[in-house]
Ligand binder design. Structure first.
Ligand SMILES: NC(=O)c1ccc[n+]([C@@H]2O[C@H](COP(=O)([O-])OP(=O)(O)OC[C@H]3O[C@@H](n4cnc5c(N)ncnc54)[C@H](O)[C@@H]3O)[C@@H](O)[C@H]2O)c1
Length: 442
């Protein structure tokens, strides 16, 4: 490599560093969902000019009108950033010609076969590659299997002849956002970042340090990818253990919630996880299968993941059996009974119903002939088996043969629910401390 070439590379890095430090770097966020929109807002708040790119006209129009569709982003926060010109959204990828950085926050679902669906990442990178240019920093944030950034994204960005670590910089940074968490948000959750080369890691660290409180740089993209999968696999397996303990306790007539609360008084070596109606959301039920798919190629069966996946997947069936038994004890066959579901979001105080176990429970109940209604202060309408359902009011609790607490939203008035219901199945221990013959706990 000649001295002129080395000097040019150093200049490319220095120019980008300078733009980032002075917040003149033009930031692009691809995918304006639960992850991308809060990130766009943080960088706009930090003083950067941010352009969000999404395929959805409705989302880009919402952002440009200052209307947030993500629970953790208040329109009151979004609108001033849009009106001051710091944040805008578009469906046009050609704006990438003028951008300095790009964060990719597109979905990574599983196929029906539980194989990773890389199509969103590949499609986004295909568009980015058309307009990619010297001096850019690209960071993949979508949760994925170890190796994706180097094996899938890197070749697509290098196809125009640019060289990573010299002409452009590429990192992976897992997103750890916890929707509905009032204490931790995008800005105060430590951000792990790993680059393809040391220069890439350093550029990624510098970038996030401008807008987020703490950045943890790691040595490679694979380490950063694996960090996210360890975190979510840890959670999925421990929830699987709590669910299996709940099944055992149920068989033995022991209150599992009391057991866990008492065990949690141990000041070391124990961390409480809780059973429930099943896993939900875009992350915990899905991400570990990205890891098991990849490790299979290396000849290792991820047996903990498969086992926890099986146990967690049984929980909606267990809950429905519990409801059926409770109705039988009241001389009501499930067929023809009215069951009212309280909470359909996959976790409390949010509006997201992706992979929610409530949907499985409602479908299973319908298949057994029950008439099913629901209420949820965060979910006014719901698509179930091709039908659009509207949330009923809480008055349904009194009318129903059985009410089922599937999601323990803070907005429910639990003492009132107990007062009016004929029978309640509580899958979340939301009625902790309330004693009544009407209550059947998980
Ligand atoms: N939601 C969470 O709590 C969470 C937490 C951590 C990590 N993640 C991960 O972050 C990633 C994004 O998740 P999310 O919850 O924000 O998803 P989301 O569905 O809310 O948002 C993704 C957005 O990307 C857009 N999109 C899809 N394909 C595109 C393309 N080719 N070009 C541009 N935009 C495109 C969609 O229209 C959508 O607005 C996933 O990999 C997910 O696993 C999510």
């Amino acid at each position: 490599m000649g001295s002129v070439e080395i000097e040019t590379q150093a200049t490319t890095a220095r120019v980008l560093e300078e733009k980032i430090r002075t917040r003149r770097a033009k930031v692009g966020i691809i995918g304006l969902g639960y992850v991308g929109l809060p990130l766009a807002v943080e960088f706009a708040k930090a003083g950067f000019n941010v352009t969000g790119i999404d395929l959805s006209d409705a989302k880009t129009a919402g952002v440009n009108a200052g209307n947030s569709y993500v629970g953790d982003v208040a329109s009151a926060t979004l609108a001033p950033l849009v009106h001051s010109g710091k944040l805008r959204a578009t469906t046009d990828f050609s704006v990438i010609r003028d951008l300095d950085t790009i964060n990719i926050c597109v979905p990574t679902p599983l196929r029906k076969t539980k194989d990773p669906d890389m199509s969103y990442i590949v499609s986004a990178c295909g568009e980015i590659a058309k307009y990619f240019h010297t001096g850019m920093l690209a960071i993949l944030e979508s949760t994925t299997y170890p190796g994706t950034t180097d094996e899938v994204v890197l070749p697509m960005l290098e196809q125009g002849g640019l060289k990573v670590g010299q002409d452009f910089f590429l990192c992976f940074s897992p997103e750890r956002v916890d929707p509905g968490n009032p204490k931790y948000n995008t800005s105060n959750i430590p951000k792990v970042v790993g680059g393809v080369t040391p220069a890439c890691s350093e550029m990624g660290r510098l970038f996030y340090a401008q807008a987020l409180e703490k950045v943890v740089a790691v040595s490679s993209t694979q380490v950063a990818e694996m960090v996210k999968l360890l975190e979510n696999t840890f959670r999925m397996i421990n929830i699987g253990l709590a669910n299996e303990i709940a099944l055992m306790c149920d068989r033995m007539g022991i209150n599992v919630w009391e057991v866990i609360d008492a065990a949690a008084t141990k000041p070391f070596g124990f961390m409480p996880f809780y059973p429930g109606p099943g896993l939900g959301g875009h992350c915990i039920p899905i991400d570990p299968f990205y890891l098991s798919w990849k490790t299979k190629q290396a000849g290792i069966e991820a047996r903990f993941i498969e086992l926890a996946g099986y146990i967690n997947g049984q929980m909606p069936h267990f809950v429905v059996d519990k409801i059926q038994n409770a109705l039988n004890d009241h001389s009501k066959p499930v067929k023809g009974s009215h069951v009212h579901i309280l909470g359909v979001a996959y976790k409390k105080n949010i509006e997201d119903v992706r992979e929610s176990p409530a949907l499985d429970i409602m479908l299973l109940l319908k298949r057994r002939g029950a008439r099913v209604t629901y209420s949820d202060p965060h979910v006014p309408t719901l698509q179930l088996d091709g039908l659009k359902l509207a949330a009923g009011d809480i008055g349904n609790v009194a009318a129903a043969d059985c009410a089922v607490i599937v999601t323990d939203h803070a907005g429910f008035d639990y003492p009132k629910i107990v007062e009016h219901a004929k029978l309640i199945v509580d899958t979340r221990n939301a009625l902790k401390g309330i004693t009544s013959d009407k209550i059947v706990r998980l």
